[in-house]
Design a protein around this ligand. Structure first.
Ligand code: PLP
Length: 423
């Protein structure tokens, strides 16, 4: 077949969009070239249902080594005793955990989507809210911090089988010790979904959930800077007897149950080309370079939060401990939807986001979310965060002024040439 110029022209346009804009979507990042090379490799041709050395197909002798490499590196990176690197995405990882640990109709307790949680933590439009009975905790109205008292009250009242912690839009660290104590009172399992801050956790910049939570799930493409995908892990204490609290006895059993819930429970053949990309990314994340990178991500987020506060913006919880922040725009008289559209017109990509106790719909919202993982990959440091916030503020103060927004776009496009993406 001739080269598919229609498709490759589109990819070339997307490459320019990525090069010329400021990427602030908190869940995005730019992988290395070698991650993309692995993903674009011949491994995409191979079926490999099963696990390394236990496959349902012949010819897996090489992909077995690829997958084992990803497993070993993920274990080392997080200090995990067991991992499964096959989930196609974060949502698939969570689906497998739910299937493994719950019966349909069981009660679960998750972080409210409208306060910063994720769809897969019990939203009625998602499998997690349709097949299970969701209950929620949120943040305290005054502080914007997780309301652990409410978590405990709901847990004691509802006796959920699983408590889910983790978020898509929460800028503070989690108290896993407290969550485990709450769970132990009612015999619940704890799932920590660390999709967003995984890279910061891996490098010790945030509390470690693997020491306290029964199962940990994550995406691999956010702060971890790998290919799009998911990962499920258990910490070291999974080697110990599980006592009466597990559904099936020993922790060791749980790994088999979780493996089975990924395949054949919720997936068919694993994406070995993506798993290869994960192996590369985990290898990168084990280096000192990555430690410097992720430390800078956190410093940049902290500086960006301060720059917003200095300009009168309200950040939920007042600041950030991780790579992201959620900004309440109500005092600026701009909706999240209008902000997102105006910023995109200036080639600054963010996403509108509900804020806790929002009075607007998820399609409009009162806020927007930003993160520093992607711009830090491009080499930006603290002082550049001030410039980004200056551009954002200029756009948001002029959402209806096309000429002004065009001016900002021009500046952004020129400026981004100083931070080449793929040299
Ligand atoms: N869990 C959390 C906390 C997330 O933020 C996300 C994605 O944003 C997911 C799960 C789902 O990941 P994916 O989009 O790969 O399915």
């Amino acid at each position: 077949m001739n080269r598919d110029t229609v498709l490759f022209d589109l990819i070339a346009k997307e490459a320019i969009r990525q090069e010329e804009g400021i990427e602030l979507i908190a869940s995005e990042n730019f992988t290395s070239k070698q991650v993309m090379e692995a993903q674009g490799s011949c491994l995409t041709n191979k079926y490999a249902e099963g696990l390394p050395n236990k496959r349902y197909y012949g010819g897996c002798q090489i992909v077995d080594q690829v997958e084992q490499l990803a497993i070993d590196r993920a274990k080392e990176l997080f200090g995990a005793a067991w991992v499964n690197v096959q989930p196609h995405s974060g949502a698939s990882a969570n689906a497998a955990v739910f299937l493994a640990l719950l019966q349909a109709g069981d009660k679960i307790l998750g972080f409210d989507l409208s306060h910063g949680g994720h769809l897969t933590h019990g939203s009625p439009v998602n499998f997690s809210g349709r097949l299970y009975q969701p209950n929620f905790y949120g943040v305290e109205k005054e502080s914007g911090l997780i309301d652990y008292k409410q978590m405990e009250e709901v847990a004691l009242r509802e006796k959920p089988k699983m408590i889910i912690c983790g978020a898509s839009a929460y800028s503070r660290d989690w108290d896993y010790v407290r969550i485990r104590q709450i769970a132990d009172q009612v015999g619940a399992l704890v799932l920590a979904d660390i999709s967003h801050p995984a890279g910061l956790i891996a490098k010790g910049l945030l509390n470690d959930p693997l020491k306290h939570c029964h199962v940990v799930s994550t995406t691999t493409h956010k702060t971890l800077r790998g290919p799009r995908g998911g990962l499920i892990m258990m910490g070291q204490d999974f080697e110990n007897p599980w006592g009466q609290k597990t559904p099936k006895g020993e922790l060791k059993m749980m790994s088999a149950i979780l493996d089975g819930a990924v395949f054949p429970g919720t997936q068919g053949g694993p994406l070995e080309h993506v798993i290869a990309g994960k192996a590369v990314a985990f290898g990168e994340a084990l280096t000192d370079d990555y430690k410097q990178y992720i430390t800078q991500v956190k410093k940049n987020a902290s500086r960006m939060a301060q720059a917003f506060v200095d300009r009168g913006y309200q950040i939920i919880s007042g600041g950030t401990d991780n790579h992201l922040m959620l900004i309440d725009l109500r005092n600026k008289n701009v909706t999240g939807k209008a902000a997102e559209a105006a910023l995109v017109a200036a080639d600054i990509t963010t996403n509108k986001n509900m804020v806790p106790f929002d009075d607007k719909s998820p399609f409009v919202t009162s806020g927007f979310r930003v993160g520093t993982a992607a711009v830090t990959t491009r080499g930006m440091k603290e002082e550049h965060m001030d410039t980004i916030v200056e551009h954002i503020d200029r756009v948001l103060m002029n959402v209806d002024n096309e000429a002004e927004i065009k001016e900002v776009k021009k500046k952004v496009n020129t400026w981004m040439h100083d931070f080449p993406l793929y040299k």
